[in-house]
Design a protein around this ligand. Structure first.
Ligand code: PEP
Ligand code: MG
Length: 580
């Protein structure tokens, strides 16, 4: 048994067999073979080696012919590795003695070798690990033939292990059979993390290198609550985690009745609780948990499975679906927030070295007016069918906000001319997630109907910490006093001007901060659907007076760690069942 520590990004526990995604997502379907099948399996291994040999030799010849002997020699080296007598002996040994299937034996031995190379100091030798993975892939391809499985279409439950997963790859995972995933890199605020949570897939990122320690088919536990990954757990650990899963189920069942109750504090303040969604199907859970509406619809996710740019109709149909499902409750559509690590996997131009500070989000849509207009038309057309709010992301300057609003007015005029129905009084808001806008918020509030604070980006920009970089993940936290001070002042600025304000960053779905935010005066939260009931539980268990006292105490403290442990103690006192 081996335990790895990473960052918990999507809650829950997953126990299952590993599928190592860097083997082109192939699945090792069976780890053991019957004693009497051993000889046959050894023959299958020989056939696979022969098949791989043919392929590599053909590659060597083509490359030598086209590029010269020097390059062809790379494949010559692969051939020597493939036929290495010791390697062969070790793989066969696992099949004969442990009754491993050839696939599993190949994967275990090749990974052991790759690990040795990776641990060497020389960069040249480290690179040889890639060659070993290449040979492993070939052998597995020959062994599995048609039986290989793609991660978007699995046939039985697995936990996925990968070096990295992009948000699009994550969104394309098979939701029925992906129990959880672990990646070696990644950060706490990345969109991969947000997508995992939306899909209810427990996930841990940023464990550091470990893929050479596992093989497809190994038993793995993913603890998405504490960021732990346990390789080949013992019986006692499995039993402990099974118990935790059961306890969580019981808590969820106990919270369920709250779905039909309003979120009112003990001293009578009504709080509005909205859901954050990325996919239309998530409205079901928002409704089941009694959400007051959708506070953030991340529409850039319409691009996920699209081969071509979504048309006005594609946008319109998605919005219509969400609106109708929400049956009259407000739906806040955020215009496209593409770029940076989000969903645009085009190679960055050379001068896009800091994509997070580059041409993303509203900056990108204002430069691509036809793309922006298409979306705005769809939003406006949908506004005739229910209560839509429209919101602009990443606003930095007043000029930018005015340009976006002007474009919206322009599209309204077009629709009017064409006699197409829309809501002329549609509410227009902005995300406060760039420090410049937050600092200047008292001027912005005069020009919008509402403000939504995006703490995911705000934290990254205030602390100068990339939200998806594991190496600085320990610095990425909402509990830094500087971040909290900005949040408190933004909420107060909005309240002073009677501008409705909510927080839609991940922080608002974390029960640790609920009392603090109530104490700051926040009366609207927009949270991931899975957090709705827990947040409501906290709201219904506390008074605003208590929360204000907690907020005052927090603001006297000067470090994040101290603030977190104080908030945890207070939460434990008020709502013990939420702090195991
Ligand atoms: C945020 O930045 O807090 C936010 C809600 O938007 P996203 O996570 O999509 O950037
Ligand atoms: Mg953001």
């Amino acid at each position: 048994m081996q335990t790895l520590q990473g960052i918990a990004v999507s809650p829950g526990v997953a126990i299952g067999e590993a599928l190592v995604v860097d083997n082109e997502g192939v699945r090792i379907p069976q780890r053991f073979v019957a004693r009497e099948a051993v000889q046959n399996e050894i023959e299958r291994l020989s056939d696979a080696i022969a098949g791989a040999d043919e392929e590599i030799a053909a590659n060597r010849d083509t490359v030598t012919q086209q590029l010269g002997k020097h390059y062809g020699a790379i494949f010559g080296a692969h051939l020597r590795m493939l036929h290495d007598a010791r390697l062969r002996r070790e793989i066969e040994g696992l099949i004969r003695q442990n009754h491993y299937s050839p696939e599993y034996a190949v994967s275990r031995i090749m990974r052991r070798y790759a690990k040795v190379f990776q641990s060497l100091d020389s960069a040249f030798m480290k690179e040889r690990a890639t060659d070993i993975f290449d040979i492993e892939k070939r052998l597995l391809k020959h062994l599995l033939g048609d039986r290989s499985e793609n991660v978007s279409q699995l046939t039985s439950p697995v936990v996925l292990l990968a070096h990295n997963l992009t948000p699009s790859e994550t969104a394309n995972l098979d939701r029925d059979f992906t129990r959880g995933f672990v990646t070696e890199v990644g950060g706490p605020g990345s969109h991969t993390a947000i997508v995992a949570e939306a899909m209810h897939i427990p996930a841990v990122v940023a464990t550091g290198q470990f893929l050479t320690d596992v093989s497809g088919g190994d038993l793995i536990i993913i603890d998405g609550n504490h960021g732990r990954v346990i390789l080949q757990p013992d019986e006692e650990t499995i039993a402990r985690y099974r118990h935790e899963v059961e306890e969580h189920r019981t808590l969820a069942a106990r919270l369920r009745p709250l779905a039909n109750k309003p979120a009112i504090t003990e001293d009578g303040t009504t709080i509005h609780l909205y859901g954050n969604i990325e996919f239309p199907y998530e409205v079901k859970e928002c409704n089941a948990s009694g959400a007051d509406g959708i506070g953030l619809y991340r529409t850039e996710f319409l691009y996920l499975n699209a081969k071509t740019e979504p048309t006005e109709e594609t946008h319109f149909e998605a919005y219509k679906k969400v609106l109708l499902a929400m049956a009259g409750k407000p739906v806040c559509i955020r215009t496209l927030d593409l770029g940076a690590e989000k969903l645009l996997e085009v190679p960055s131009p050379e001068d896009e070295r800091n994509p997070v500070l580059g041409l993303r989000s509203i900056r990108l849509t204002l430069r691509n007016v036809p793309l922006f207009r298409t979306q705005l038309r769809a939003i406006l057309r949908a506004s005739a069918l229910g209560k839509i709010r429209v919101m602009f992301p990443l606003i930095t300057t007043l000029k930018e906000l005015r340009q976006a609003k002007m474009l919206l007015t322009d599209v309204m005029e077009d629709l009017e001319e064409q006699n197409i129905d829309f809501d002329r009084n549609i509410e227009v808001g902005m995300m406060a997630e760039v420090p410049a806008a937050v600092i200047f918020l008292d001027r912005f509030v005069d020009e919008v109907d509402f403000i939504s604070i995006g703490t995911n980006d705000l934290i990254q920009y205030v602390l100068a910490v990339d939200r998806s970089n594991k190496d600085v993940a320990h610095m990425y936290t909402a509990s830094e006093p500087s971040v909290l001070r900005l949040l408190r002042s933004s909420i107060q600025t909005a309240i002073k001007s009677n501008t409705p304000v909510n927080i839609c960053g991940q922080m608002s779905g974390n029960t640790l901060y609920t009392m603090l935010l109530l104490g700051f005066g926040l009366q609207q939260f927009s949270v991931p659907p899975a957090s709705l009931l827990e947040i409501k539980k906290v709201i219904c268990s506390v008074s605003i007076k208590q929360c204000q006292r907690i907020a005052r105490r927090v603001m006297t403290k000067e470090n994040a760690q101290e603030i977190r442990s104080y908030l945890k103690d207070e939460l434990r006192k008020q709502v013990p069942e939420l702090v195991p």
